[in-house]
Design a protein around this ligand. Structure first.
Ligand SMILES: *[C@@H]1O[C@H](CO)[C@@H](O)[C@H](O)[C@H]1NC(C)=O
Ligand SMILES: *[C@@H]1O[C@H](CO)[C@@H](O)[C@H](O)[C@H]1NC(C)=O
Ligand SMILES: *[C@@H]1O[C@H](CO)[C@@H](O)[C@H](O)[C@H]1NC(C)=O
Length: 468
């Protein structure tokens, strides 16, 4: 496929305009994940609940779950709906949602773009990437099908965005950041990329377009982009270019970088490859290295408390369009620390990947959730399976704070009718919550290697919102 037809196919698939043979695995039990906001009966949301959506973004700000932008297809009105509203959810019961910023109409954005004025806010888009830097939400990229540039949904190429926006959580205003670069251009128009904040920089990798396997960093204080690394092909021992992967910021015991997991790439013969590997992008050397799966400790019995988890040792199946989030947990979390570490030690960084699709094209959604951690040298990755979501979802998003994970929105993998009651739409707006504290499988993960994971965080190594 040409880059354009590949891009078009992906967009059409994402927008659910074409009918593809998709299947949904059996729904898993709800053990572990609590549904703190059930799916609403209406698609459009209300003053107290955001609409159904996918391809949105989530973050933690001021201890609250933040979500912005995304997409859903309104079947009743045959309307592709590109969202631009921003919400926060209190992370204490009753988990109240508050709308921080209204939808910015595509018609206003179109008027601005066609008269060469900057739009006042980022109009609807999906497949963008966000990260909290310096208590400000930064958002880059995304795609709106053409609405804001042509006032039509025409899926022409180049209707993805090269814009960096910041959202000030105090005055709730979006501000478009001027584009400047140390090395010529910035990362350019892209979507289905991933980004993460590391030590005050917004770092991104990947995207749907050819040549987007490079790594860029944005410094908000200097408002400059720097290209940290060119694409390193699979043949040359790198991860190549990926789409629908995740990036998790990783700062622990002196290691500074990002964990990249999953996604898909296209082989030279045009076939899709769905990845199950994890990589570390080292921000000290600006180089990739593939993370070795840590060897399972033989003494661990398989099976978590709920019978769903399989403990440490197993590896998650490859996926794309999954949720990723990170937090830190006490090294003594959930029980003894196996005598490998002194009692009362600090915390370890833990990442999560959950949901997504196992195949593409032809989506096979998954609802499994996995936690990982790295050794201090950031060369090995150890995994533990967590309870499954109540239903398999792709393009769901989440964030964690204080050892509790939250997941919002997403899309079911079924076209004829929603597979699992009580979901009346393909897209969802439920919120799931999983308390990671005291879970046996995580205690096992954190004491796993002894000489491998997990690694104690040094003061100031975050994650930032867990230190507040
Ligand atoms: C589609 O939905 C959006 C958002 O709800 C709305 O602003 C727009 O007017 C709708 N367009 C049509 C053609 O119904
Ligand atoms: C955010 O808005 C507040 C209130 O207007 C202002 O004091 C603050 O400087 C803004 N922050 C940034 C990073 O612009
Ligand atoms: C963080 O924000 C403050 C004020 O909003 C600014 O003065 C400072 O330069 C920012 N720091 C970075 C690293 O961007």
């Amino acid at each position: 496929m040409s880059p354009f037809s590949a891009r078009l196919a992906e967009l059409l698939l994402a927008a659910l305009v074409v009918t593809l043979g998709v299947i949904c695995p059996q729904p898993a039990t709800a053990a572990g994940w609590e549904i703190i906001h059930a799916q609403t009966r209406t698609s459009g949301g209300s003053s107290s609940h955001p609409s159904i959506r996918y391809g949105h973004a989530c973050a933690i700000a001021g201890g609250k779950l933040l979500t912005t932008h995304g997409y859903f297809y309104d079947r009743e009105r045959s309307n592709a709906t590109w969202l631009s509203d921003t919400w926060s959810m209190n992370t204490h019961s009753p988990y109240t949602w508050e709308k921080l910023s209204d939808h910015y109409p595509q018609a206003l954005a179109h008027k601005a773009y066609t008269t060469n004025r900057p739009p006042e806010a980022p109009c609807g888009r999906f497949g963008h990437a966000t990260a909290m830097v310096n208590e400000t939400l930064l958002m880059y990229g995304g795609h709106d099908g053409g609405f804001s540039r042509t006032n039509r949904q025409d899926y022409q190429p180049n209707h993805d965005f090269a814009e960096m926006w910041s959202f000030n959580l105090t005055n709730r205003q979006w501000v478009r950041q001027p584009v400047a670069s140390d090395q010529g251009e910035g990362p350019g128009k892209r979507y289905l990329l991933a980004a993460a904040a590391v030590q005050g920089r917004f770092v991104l990798y990947g995207g749907l377009g050819e040549g987007q396997g490079d790594v860029w960093a944005y410094a908000p204080d200097r408002r400059t982009w720097t290209r940290l690394a060119a694409e390193v092909s699979v043949e040359k021992g790198g991860p190549g270019r990926r789409v629908g992967h995740s990036l998790t910021p990783w700062v622990a015991a002196g290691a500074v970088g990002l964990v990249m997991y999953g996604g898909r790439s296209t082989a030279a013969d045009g076939t899709n490859v769905v990845h199950d590997d994890a990589w570390f992008f080292d921000l000290k050397t600006n180089a990739w290295r593939r993370l070795r799966p840590a060897v399972a400790p033989a003494q661990l019995a398989p099976g978590g408390d709920d019978g769903l988890g399989s403990g440490t040792g197993d590896l998650p199946p490859g996926r794309l369009y999954h949720a990723s989030l990170e937090t830190s947990l006490p090294l003594t979390s959930g029980g003894t620390n196996g005598g490998k570490t002194g009692g009362g030690r600090g915390r370890a960084r833990v990442g999560l990947v959950a949901g997504g699709t196992l195949t593409t094209p032809g989506l096979k959604c998954t609802g499994d959730a996995w936690a990982f951690t790295l050794d201090c040298a950031a060369t090995q990755i150890a995994w533990a399976r967590l309870p499954d979501f109540p239903a398999a979802l792709y393009d769901t998003r989440g964030a964690a704070v204080g050892g509790v994970a939250y997941v919002f929105g997403g899309h079911l993998c079924a076209l004829e009718h929603p597979a699992v009651p009580p979901y009346p739409f393909w897209y969802v707006n439920q919120v799931l919550r999983l308390d990671l504290a005291g879970r046996r499988e995580l205690a096992e993960l954190l004491r796993a290697g002894g000489d491998g994971p997990a690694c104690e965080l040094q003061p100031g190594e975050g994650p930032v919102h867990d230190e507040l």
